[in-house]
Design a protein around this ligand. Structure first.
Ligand SMILES: *Cc1c(COP(=O)(O)O)cnc(C)c1O
Length: 380
């Protein structure tokens, strides 16, 4: 059966801000400054304020953001970068692309995120950086990770593509936006992300001014002065039209995150009541040190029944997705370039048991009730 409602409702979201977005796009077209128009700088400034005043370097997409981050740190081929095995490919792809060695570590099955305990055994004398991924919308426990990085002189690049808008609380009570805690933070404005544009886009965060200059230079052909190239860089820009759209949507980001959080909590409350012993499924845990933006609402389905549940939902016109069906250590592209720091069993188990339910900024209780009823019918 065709899906009766969407996994992500970008049309419904647009409808609610249409006048503002249309005017912003028209303004760019009227001025024809399609590349590096004033809206790019204005959006970067607004996002900087949102992120508590860090430097913001806009770029073409989230994968570029990660690549430029690694390029700026002066790593050499053979240097090792620690990355979780259960993540979107981009987090690790850029490591391989630059001739660095991805060292894969497992994740905590409750939060799907790496902890410092996972990182420790991965350390070698070639380790130079860590890429903690704030998967599915909540922060890794960054304070112990930063202590560990300081102890061993490692860079920390936060992959914040899924958690923009989340807030991390340090043990002393201090709060920070995800993406502003590590050496560098990276995010994506892919349409379905927490803050999505109408095409591709990304940004890089840092609090280090010298590093910000270097990141900016690399994103712009390695030049500070036009036609004078001091390092090998790339061409990675955020379009002016996308920046104009993002400036409008940034004002709604907190509301969007709140809507996702309420929807996520509702699923958990209902599904926990249905299956209190976790016989059939495990609901996603909220980490005490982070807010959760529920970029995805991801269950672990017990007893190998994930694919059967997915098919059962599809027959009833209910979409669901598997993020991600293979752990990185089982991806052909990574088999020969990777060092595994452990058995990576949890990552494998997650890949074969996870199922993400529809969650987005416009979702209604009626739709959620229908999803929940279908999940219950499958197990009931
Ligand atoms: C989306 C995503 C990226 C890459 O972003 P793009 O803009 O698609 O290049 C990187 N890491 C994670 C975890 C993501 O979800």
């Amino acid at each position: 059966m065709e899906n009766r409602f969407p996994m992500v409702d970008l049309k419904g979201q647009y409808r609610n801000i249409k006048d503002e977005v249309d005017a912003a796009i028209q303004d760019v077209i009227d001025n024809t400054a399609f590349i590096n128009g004033k809206q790019v700088r204005q959006f970067a400034e607004a996002l900087s304020a949102y992120q508590g005043g860090c430097r913001v370097i806009p770029c073409a997409n989230g994968t570029d953001a990660l690549q430029i981050a690694l390029m700026a740190l002066g790593l050499r081929p053979g240097d090792e970068v620690i990355v979780p095995a259960f993540t979107y490919v981009a987090s690790a792809e850029v490591i391989g692309l630059l001739g660095l060695t991805p060292v894969m570590v497992d994740v905590d099955p409750a939060s799907f995120n790496v902890t410092v305990e996972h990182l420790r055994p991965a350390l070698s004398d070639r380790t130079k950086a860590i890429i903690p991924v704030h998967l599915f919308g909540q922060s890794c426990d960054m304070a112990p990770i930063m202590d560990f990085a300081r102890e061993y002189g490692l860079y920390v690049i936060e992959d914040n593509a899924q958690a923009l808008g989340a807030e991390y609380t340090f043990p002393d009570g201090r709060k920070a936006r995800t993406g502003t805690v590590g050496t560098i933070g990276c995010t994506s404005f892919f349409p379905s992300k927490n803050l999505g544009c109408y095409g591709d886009g990304g940004a890089i965060f840092t609090k280090d001014d010298a590093l910000a200059e270097r990141l900016q230079m690399i994103a712009n052909h390695g030049q500070k002065v036009k036609y004078h190239h001091s390092v090998i860089g790339c061409n990675s820009r955020l379009d002016t039209i996308q920046a104009a759209i993002l400036a409008v949507k940034l004002k709604h980001l907190d509301d969007y995150c709140r809507a996702r959080n309420e929807a996520g909590r509702y699923y958990t409350q209902r599904l926990k009541a249905f299956d209190p012993q976790e016989q059939y499924l495990v609901t996603p845990a909220e980490s005490p040190f982070s807010t959760h933006t529920y970029h995805q609402y991801t269950l672990r389905i017990r007893n190998g029944r994930r694919d059967a549940l997915k098919a059962f939902l599809a027959e009833r016109g209910i979409p669901s997705m598997v993020y991600y069906p293979l752990p990185l250590q089982e991806q052909e592209a990574f088999r020969h370039i990777t060092r595994a720091a452990s058995s990576l069993e949890v990552s494998r188990d997650c890949a074969y048991s996870v199922l993400s339910l529809p969650v987005h900024t416009e979702i209604t209780r009626a739709v959620q009730d229908e999803v929940i009823a279908a999940v219950e019918a499958f197990f009931g």
